[in-house]
Design a protein around this ligand. Sequence first.
Ligand code: MN
Ligand code: MN
Length: 466
Amino acid sequence: MERRNAWNTYEEKELTELYDIAEQYRQFISQGKTERECAGMTVEMARAAGYRSLEEVKQSGDTLRPGDKVYAVHKKKLVILYEIGTKPLEEGMNILGAHIDSPRLDLKQNPLYEDGEMTLLETHYYGGIKKYQWAAIPLALHGVVAKKDGTLVTLSIGEKADDPVLGISDLLIHLSGEQMQKKAAVVVEGENLNIIIGSRPLKTGEDEKEKKEAFRKAILELLEKDYGIEEEDFLSAELEAVPAGAARDFGIDRSMIMGYGQDDRICAFTSLKAQLEAEHPAYTAVCLLTDKEEIGSVGATGMQSRYFENVTAEVMELAGQYSELALRRCLQNSHMLSSDVSAAFDPNYASAFEKKNVAYLGRGMVFNKYTGSRGKSGSNDACAEYIGALRRVMDEADVSWQTAELGKVDQGGGGTIAYITANYGMDVIDSGVALLNMHSPWEVSSKADIYEAYKGYKAFLKAEWE
Ligand code: MN
Ligand code: MN
C-alpha cells in the first residue's frame, strides 16, 4: 500500500492557493515565536473573522445561537475558539487541537552575570532539545517582564534586520579534542547554555570597587534606559531565547519551509485557518490551541487543566443548553483531531524508520492510530471505527493523507494531547503534519502538507457522524 504524493494531484488553481497559504503560514511562524505571541495573533485573526470574546458575550447579556463565534483566552497563552453549530451541543463538537509552545531556552529567574569580560544570561531549556544544536547560532529574546506595579514590559530583540542578535558560544575545533570524544548528550551541557549579551563595560576610574561588575552594570544601565527594567524584575519575567530570524522557503523549487517552532504551529495555523473559515457547521466547531505540550501538558495553560471543560460549560450556558449531564454528554460525544507534528522519513537517517509505516514529506496529512513508546505505552489508540469514518471524510474531500508511526518499534517514542481529551470518552486521533529536523532550531515542512492539512481540517469541521 503506497499513498499518493500530493504534488501530483494539483492543477494551477490549487497550486496558487497552496503557495498563498504557505506564505501566510511562513509569516505567521516568523512573527509568532512564543506561545504568548501566537495566542495574541490568534485573537487578532479571530476578531477580524467576527469572533467575540466570551467575556464580551457574557457582559452583553446576549445568548449564543448557531453561527455565533466566540473565543476564550487563558493567561494569554491558551486560546479556544467555538463556532456554534446547528445541532445541540449535547450531540458533541468537532474539535481541532494543537499546541503553540515550542522547545526553547527560558531565562532563569536570576540570569544576569559577568565572566571573562562579557555579560551572560543563565538559561534553563524547555522541552526536548539536542543542546549542541543551540550553540553558535543567532538567538533572539522574546517575552514579558511583569513589574511589581502591575505593568508588563514586552520584549523582542533580534528579529528585525537591524536588531542585534544574541548567542551561545561553541568551542573552537582546534581545542575540541576532549569535547569531540564526549557523547552527543553532553557535548554541550544544559548548565552551559549561557547566552552572551554584551562585552562593553561601564567606563569607570581605577577605583577597584567601582570597577567591580562593570560589565554587568553596563547591561543593567541599558536595560533601565531602553526598557525600564531593573535586575529584580527578572524575578517575574518570562523571557524565551529562540532562533533569530524569519522562516524561509526551502529547496530551490521552494517546495518546503524552514523555520523555528513548526512543532506545533504548523498544525495550530492550519487548524486555526480552517476554523476561521468554517461556515455554519452542523456540529459546533472548536479550535483549541494549547500551551505546555512540550513539558507534559501540565499547568493552568496545559491540556491537563480543567480550562477547556470550564469554558465549554460557559458556552453551553450561553447557548441555553447547560446542565452537568449535558456537558458530560457533549464532551463524550465529541470528535477530535489532536494535531501535532510527525517525523518525516529522512534519507540521511533511514535506519531510524520503518519505510512502510513512516510519513513522507509531500504525501499529505498524517494520521497516527497510536503513538507511545515500547509496547504503545502512553498512547491514545484511536478506534478502528473512527479511523474508518475519517477515511470517508478525507477521501470525499479529496485530501491527500497517510498513516504513520513515530519511527521504528522500540526506537523511541512520543505523544501529544490526544490521551488527555480521550479521558472524556470522546473519539480522538493523533494527526498532523510531518517534519524533518523536528525539535531542532530550524525545522522543515512541505508546503503540500501544509495545504493538505488545511484541507483536511476544513473537511473535518464539516463532518457529520453516525
Ligand atoms: Mn508537538
Ligand atoms: Mn514536540
